[in-house]
Structure formats: structure tokens, C-alpha cells
Design a protein around this ligand. Sequence first.
Ligand code: G16
Length: 554
Amino acid sequence: MYYSKPIKIQPVKTQAFTDQKPGTSGLRKKVTTFKQTDYLQNFVQSIFNCLPKLRGSTLILGGDGRFYNREAIQIILRMAAVNGVAKVILGQGGIFSTPAVSHLIRKHKALGGIILSASHNPGGMDGDFGIKYNISNGGPAPEEFTNAVFEESKKIKEYNIAGVKGIPLDLIGSYTLERMQIEIIDSVDDYAELMSQLFDFDKISKLLKSPDFSICFDAMYAVTGPYAKKILEQMLGAEEGSVIRGESLPNFGGGHPDPNLVHAKQLVARMYDTNETGSTPNFGAASDGDGDRNMIMGDYFFVTPSDSLAVIAANAKLIPAYKDGIKGIGRSMPTSQASDKVAKKLGIPCYETPTGWKFFGNLLDDKRITMCGEESFGTGSDHVREKDGLWAVLAWLNILAEREQSVEDILRQHWSEYGRNYYTRHDYENIPSESANQLIDNLQSNLDSLAGRVFNNRTVTIADNFTYHDPVDDSISENQGIRIIFDDDARIIFRLSGTGTGGATLRLYIERYVEDIKQHDLETQEALYDLIETAELLANIIGFTGRDEPTVIT
Ligand code: G16
């Protein structure tokens, strides 16, 4: 046991900051911003001040291991200790993936959890850092709470922090800080145990040990490395080396831990054999900084996140945890409508929510949906209240083990049954916020005149800014993205990202549904060419941003 020396606490006087407004998923800023005197402390105290049940509570704490993770953990522990928290369950070395925190909050019936991550944003001393509070259902705090924290952060005058040194973070065991108990646990064990309860590990293991089947999982030097090594290699028997870039590094090896075709270059090279080794794995996947995102690939084949959700939902009964069927599906508004087709066939509802996992929480808690997903490489189910990268990987492996077909064959069969939703997202990153806002304002002011107009032979049926009415708590979220919907169900959507830290990112989402199997072989950008042209024209992207092409296409 390690006991810190108790000392008398005096609140520390502080000046409020005006920029601590949480975005799509918590507060994300440059490390340099977080390292300003009192910046993190103010935000943490603001969270604590908004938690009436904090005294005597248990909190889960951990982060994705990015630069500043360890210092931030020590600060939060010292603050929790003198703000009345009874117990903190902490991941060894300060590490937990986001879905692991969500699981532990639920398992221990904790008041909530604090996750330190800027997700897929780059790390390192000039990179990004982030902090997010998850509530007792294990999910991200709803807007009502994050708005209250922001209001608190603008008027905060003092915070409480123990004047003791921190505790050693790397040794599993029980510690005491002031009167608060700290339990340091293995970061992976509980999560791995949960996965083994959901999926058919015997079947997956047989597949992974078969000489005809190999996988490549790219952990992008981020948090999932140890999780994937333990689950895929040690527990399921995938060949050693199946997990690449599996060490967790504070700067993610200098890369951008975003699992997409642009940033997961090493995985893409293997799956398309661009280095001409003469062999490709049968299945490929990548996960992001904090382990909640996933990208799924077959050999020479990319599965869009929207299709991935649809395929997992359509095949859910093949997975032990969902063998009795699923109750409903949730997807964010910009996510393709592929899962709507599955829901229709299954005779279950499909809910359309704004971007942000927090909007699925009520639907999951109310048992209206079992699975949900987003175009932004997020997929998950009611097993936790976060999206879950490795869960999606295991779901796919379980389906592959049952169906004994390739990833591509499964997709082609899916399209032949449900039709294909061609889908792309174009990101214009780091544009001046003023230009981005002007572009959106301009679009907004033209919306009323769009219905009925014809562009490239399509007639606009709906042009609006998406408003979500939560069917569970009746809350209303406005301005969630501009939608232009056409008479053939094609859609063009514009919104500004809520997760960036520099300037603004314009996201343009394009979708077109094609039922005819003879047209399922088009290249995606080609299939959507006329809609992309219409979108650029409608928004005058070049005029407002000066950019004639996106920075990232997924
Ligand atoms: C977060 C949210 C997701 C959201 C994504 C993109 O993911 O949890 O729900 O879809 O951001 O948001 P935006 O388009 O506003 O950048 P993560 O993985 O960054 O936590």
C-alpha cells in the first residue's frame, strides 16, 4: 500500500477561460492550450461542480496514452481526492480505451468516468489533447450536461487540488490519496472478458488458426495495440505479427491515428499488396487513438462504415450475443441509408440521430435499438455506450467464421439483396472559421428556394437544416447539418466538424442508392460524380474556401 501524506487544502484562485466549450465529443484543444496554467484544472473543477452526486462516488479514469496523459491523470487524481470522490478505478499507466471505460463504468455502477483523448487527432507535444466526461450509463454526457459545464467554466473562480505528489501509475494495486482510494487495474482484462462473452471465440479462433486465413490489424501506435495483441493474438490465436504498429506511443509514431484509407497507409498497402509481396491478408482492420473507431477491409476491398453497420446488423443472428435478433438500428443523419434497408426487411425501426455517439445513449437505454453506427468509422451495440473498434472487428470475424465467405463476397451478396448505397465523404480541413461559417450561412439562406429545383436531372424534395427530436426525453437538437434530398433518395449533406482544433473542417457527405445489380461495380467517386458537382456548385466551395479539392476523401 502507498499512502500519501495528508495536508490541509486551500482552494486555488483561478481566472476563467472563455473557450472551454465541448464539441462533438468533449473538449479538444492543442496540448499547448491544455498546458496553460490552470486550464485543465478549471475544466475538471467545472465538471465536478456539475455533479451533485460526486461526494462518495466512484469514477473510472484513463486515457489513450497520448502526450500529456500521465500529467493530466495526476492532476485529476489530486483534484478528485479533495472534491469528495471516494474511489477512482484507473487503468495501469493511465491507459484505457474509450470502450473499456464505458464498460467499467457500467460494470462497477460508477457515477461516471473521465476519458483523456482527442481520439483520431494527432498527438505529441504539438498535437491535440482532449477530455470528456461519461455518465453512469457509460456513454458520453448529453448536451445538457456539457452545456452546463461550459457555463460553469466561464465563471469559475477557484478549484480544489491536493498539494501532495501523485501516485505511481504503473503498478497494479490499491493506493490512497488523501482519503480517496485508487485502484489501479490491468487496462485490458475486463474488456477482453466482455468480448469473450459476446462472440463465439471458439469459432473465430478456428478461423484465425486456419492456414488459409490471415488477418492484419493496424493499431496505428495508439491505444488498441495491447487490446488487439491480447484478444486477437493471445486469446484467439492469430499469428504473431497480425497486429501491426501495436506499441502505444505518446505521439502515435508521428502519425494521424485515424483509421481511414488515407491515414492507415500501412494496412491499405497490405490489403492491396502495393509492395508486391504476392500475398494479402483475408481480413484487415484498423482502429484509432482511443480505440472506438474502426475501418474494415477485405483483400483488395474497402468496406464503408455505413455498409459495415448494415452488414453486421443483417447478420446479427450469427453472433451469440445477438442470436435472438436486434430491436432496432441507430445511425447518424450523415451516415448512408444502407442500414435503413436492413431494418425495413427485419421489420425493426431505424432511428436517424445527429452526429455524435451521445445521441444513441437514450435509444440504447430505452432498448429501442441494439446496434448503431456512424459514417465516421464508428460502430457499436448495447454492450457499452460508446462506439467500439475491436467489437466491430470481432463482429466481422464472427460473421466470416460462420459464413465461410470472403469480405467482398459478403458485401456483394448484401448489395444484391438490399441494393447498394454509394457513399463518400469529402473533408476540407483547416479552413478559416469565418469562411466556413459564411459558406454554411449562405447555404442556409438559400434553402427555402431549393425544393422543386432540378440539378443534373434530380429534383430536390427536401432542403433543410436537420433538427432531432429525441423520442425518449423529448429534447430537441437544432442545426445538425444541412440536408439536400432528391427525388431518387440521393442526398447531399453539409456540416462543420465539431472535433477539430485548428480552423474549421467542412464535411460534405454524398449518397446515392442503386438497386440494379448491374450497376454495383462502379468506382465510388465516379458513381457520385454528378452529385459532387452539384454540391460544389450549390455551396460555392471554391468561392468561399479557395479550395478546389478536399484534403481527405473517404
Ligand atoms: C466523435 C464522435 C462521433 C462523431 C465524430 C465525428 O468521434 O464521438 O460520434 O461522429 O466525432 O464528429 P465531427 O464530424 O463533428 O468531427 P471520435 O472518434 O472523434 O470521438
